[in-house]
Design a protein around this ligand. Structure first.
Ligand SMILES: C[S@@+](CC[C@H](N)C(=O)[O-])C[C@H]1O[C@@H](n2cnc3c(N)ncnc32)[C@H](O)[C@@H]1O
Length: 285
């Protein structure tokens, strides 16, 4: 219940404040300022295995703690955006004081209009409906393999790669309960469509037509082999990594591959392990 009180005051304050968006409509308020407890920040960044090679973007960055911690403790770079000018100023000042202003910066910007393509890790602690309003933007703009961390609220219809639940006393003042959730998602490559696949000769001497359907990270479909349709089982995508099983020649086969630039390259072995054979596919016209 207490979560909604700060939200209403934040909306009222924002509506009254002058802003830097010119004649544009004021941005949708995606959530009140409620900082993630520092332990949750550390858990989020640890769950995503953030490191020096990462570029972290926090949508609605508040006092900047997520990007500041990513830079200071995990050696990453990144930026945060927020509509609250005071918080953006505070976050930039903290970056200066901590000597990491070259790696962590903050801008007054509407998160819905922010260019997020540079992110390798994207974080958010926003209201549940906002998280879902962002789903298409995340899927369209982020590269396959980008990790998304959402504090407390899931992306509907998207199976998280990992999910952590814990009890934190700090959360009682925020949401009235101790429950804290962290969801980790990995942006999948696009594999939907028809593919012309080359399998090892022991499985098929003819080209095989794969027809894939994709529901975010879940993959279903069929392989057309010698006039026969075989349904894919347990198909999934983790970033560019595709995996599925196919029953061929009286055995079950494990297929894995990397989906990249209209091609799939990978290996296939029988489910019990055994020798790995190369297979590949090209997007069919
Ligand atoms: C719950 S706080 C999260 C702060 C920080 N990410 C954290 O986890 O500590 C949500 C933040 O989103 C900001 N916000 C709300 N709507 C926004 C919008 N349309 N564009 C940018 N920031 C927004 C708020 O000002 C607030 O600071």
């Amino acid at each position: 219940m207490s979560y909604f009180l700060p939200l209403l005051s934040a909306v009222a304050l924002f509506a009254a404040a002058p802003h830097a968006y010119g004649a544009d409509k004021p941005p949708v308020n995606a959530g009140p300022y409620v900082p993630s407890p520092t332990s949750v920040v550390a858990d989020m960044l640890t769950l995503a295995e953030v490191g020096p090679q990462d570029f972290v973007i926090d949508l609605g960055s508040g006092d900047g703690r997520i990007v500041l911690t990513a830079a200071k403790v995990f050696g990453a770079r990144g930026f945060g955006v927020d509509i609250n000018e005071k918080l953006v100023k505070e976050a930039n000042e903290s970056a200066k004081v901590q000597g990491i202003a070259d790696r962590a910066s903050f801008t007054i910007q509407d998160l819905f209009k922010t260019d997020i393509r540079k992110a390798t890790v994207l974080t958010m602690y926003l209201l549940p409906n906002t998280v879902n309003m962002l789903k298409d933007k995340l899927l369209t703009e982020l590269s396959p393999g980008t990790r998304i961390l959402s504090h407390d609220y899931p992306l509907a219809g998207w199976i998280p790669e990992k999910y952590v639940q814990m009890d934190l006393e700090d959360k009682v003042i925020i949401s009235g309960v101790t429950t804290t959730l962290i969801y980790l998602y990995v942006v999948p490559a696009k594999a939907e469509g028809a593919w012309s696949a080359k399998l090892p000769a022991s499985l098929s001497r003819d080209a095989v037509r794969l027809t894939l359907k994709q529901q975010i990270t879940r993959v279903s479909g069929a392989a057309r082999i010698g006039g026969r349709e075989v349904l894919l089982e347990e198909g999934k995508l983790r970033g560019e990594r595709l995996s599925f099983k196919l029953a061929l020649n009286g055995r079950m086969w494990d297929f894995t591959g990397t989906v990249h630039g209209g091609a799939i390259e990978g290996t296939v072995s029988d489910v019990g392990g055994g020798t790995k054979f190369a297979w590949s596919a090209a997007a069919a016209r």
